[in-house]
Write a protein that binds this ligand. Structure first.
Ligand code: ARG
Ligand code: MN
Ligand code: MN
Ligand code: MN
Length: 314
């Protein structure tokens, strides 16, 4: 198989400037070079160009609905094309509102996909529960069939029809969940692992239960949506909504190694790297390099060196 890298320099799902430079920071940290050492061809499709809309008034208190809707629609098409052409796709954000388009485009090609959302946040607010009005905290609500009648018709989003069931979703790394989100998670019976659950069970058991939940009935494509703020802020400080007490380096890499080992990873998002928010150049570089390590590991970079079969192929 081959890997397609898609840059999505987009920031209107939240209020802080700079997250649109995430794709450049991740490439500058050596992503393509690193992936070239793995045993598949890599094609960098460059950055999408998102349209700037002059007129985009808030709807209720939701910010930039038309801009976010338009961007996600463009990304949906790009991810759909990449998957349709047989690539494993890697989407570099940009903020997490992009996942609406990324997962939707993936689901058009692979209607039976499942979704693993690695994040400090659940991003499952509806416009009614959102405390901030930021769409990057609402992405999952657009996807779930069970939330269909809880969602208003937002301008810019008429093209999105809910396509995912709550049972096809697992969260890992949660530690900052809003009250409305908590109610939704409980009402829908979503499988989730907070940092406290990881402390109790260990990350190895968490991944076992995740795959039991998603894959025990049938093997199917995995969409991994990885928000860099899932990692502890000591490892990934340059992000818009950091929360203390996150994943250790080894927990983060264990998650992606285990996902790689299923052989089912089909699309991955790496979002919320914001180079404008590092306190220093080192802070930005360590965040971007964390992102590269996560992506490389999800795509098969191991901690035990390479096996002979992959060596002889080069
Ligand atoms: N729950 C908060 C909100 O709805 C924060 C969301 C943060 N999301 C993110 N993708 N970093 O605004
Ligand atoms: Mn987050
Ligand atoms: Mn997120
Ligand atoms: Mn491999």
């Amino acid at each position: 198989h081959s890997v397609a890298v898609l840059g999505a320099p987009f920031s209107k799902g939240q209020k802080r400037r700079g997250v649109e430079h995430g794709p450049k920071a991740i490439r500058d940290a050596g992503l393509i070079e690193r992936l070239s050492h793995l045993d598949f061809p890599v094609q960098d499709f460059g950055d999408l160009s998102f349209q700037h809309l002059e007129e985009d008034e808030p709807y209720m208190h939701v910010l930039f609905p038309r801009t976010v809707g338009r961007a996600s629609k463009l990304l949906s098409g790009a991810v759909g094309n990449a998957v349709g052409a047989g690539h494993t796709a890697v989407m570099l954000g940009g903020d997490h509102s992009l996942a609406i388009g990324s997962v939707e485009g993936h689901a058009k090609q692979c209607p039976d996909l499942c979704l693993i959302w690695v994040d400090a946040h659940a991003d499952i607010n509806t416009p009614f529960t959102s405390p901030s009005g930021n769409l990057h905290g609402q992405s999952v609500a657009f996807m779930l069939k069970e939330l269909q009648n809880k969602m208003p018709e937002l301008p810019g989003f008429s093209w999105v029809k809910p396509f995912l069931s709550a049972k096809d979703l697992v969260y890992i790394g949660l530690r900052d969940v809003d009250p409305g989100e908590y109610n939704i998670l409980k009402d829908l019976g979503v499988q989730y692992f907070t940092m406290r659950d990881i402390d109790r069970l260990g990350i190895q058991r968490v991944m076992e239960v995740t795959f039991d939940h998603l894959l025990s009935r049938k093997q199917r494509p995995i969409h991994l949506s990885f928000d860099i703020d899932a990692m502890d802020p000591s490892l990934a400080p340059a992000t818009g909504t950091p929360v203390n007490g996150g994943l250790t380096y080894r927990e983060g890499i264990w998650i992606t190694e285990e996902i790689h080992n299923t052989g089912l990873l089909s699309v991955m998002d790496l979002v919320e790297v914001n180079p404008a928010l590092g306190a220093s150049r080192e802070a930005v570089e360590s965040t971007a390099s964390m992102a590269v390590d996560i992506i490389a590991s999800a795509l098969g970079q191991t901690r035990e060196g390479e096996h002979a079969a992959s060596r002889t192929r080069r």
